[in-house]
Design a protein around this ligand. Structure first.
Ligand SMILES: [Zn+2]
Length: 161
């Protein structure tokens, strides 16, 4: 799969792995730079720096665990509640026709970062696969991350408890 214009995917595609786990968050002061949209009690929402579509978000627990079995049920519940919040924000900003929501466990399943589980939320639009992705073999992501962050952030602030 090639991209017409997605410069932020380049470092990823070149295979340079960051030393620090991107899902182990630092101070809140870094949230804008790292595109963290929302912090809940045990989970948070972060934008995917290598998105598959506009508004590709990820929800993760603060705890650095690879497996769902390592998460207490309260955190599991919050993971889904935070996902619900993220979907509401995406619906308000992008009005997509659908979503892919899921977790990849292990490289064989497509996980880019295996050590810290994260749930993907990918907005989908009618025709987005049959037009560019499958027919032409390319993917177009017209919107920059900073712009998307600015659009989405108020939606989370409004709904935060
Ligand atoms: Zn981590």
């Amino acid at each position: 799969m090639k991209s017409l214009w997605a410069p932020w995917r380049l470092p990823y595609l070149k295979g340079k792995k960051a030393k620090a786990c991107i899902f182990c968050l630092g101070p809140r002061a870094d949230d804008r730079r790292r595109h963290v949209l929302h912090r809940n009690r045990s989970t948070f929402v972060i934008m995917n720096a290598y998105p598959y579509s506009n508004g590709h978000l990820m929800v993760a627990p603060y705890r650095h665990v690879a497996n769902l079995n390592k998460l207490p049920s309260a955190v599991l519940g919050e993971l889904l509640a935070t996902t619900q919040l993220a979907i509401s924000a995406l619906q308000a900003v992008y009005a997509p026709d659908g979503f892919n929501v899921g977790i990849n466990f292990g490289k064989a399943a497509g996980a880019g970062i295996e050590a810290h589980l994260h749930l993907h939320i990918v907005p989908r639009w009618n025709g987005d696969t049959n037009f560019m992705s499958t027919v032409a073999g390319v993917r177009v992501i017209p919107e920059g991350l900073d712009h998307a962050y600015t659009q989405l952030l108020p939606r989370f602030r409004r709904r935060a408890k």
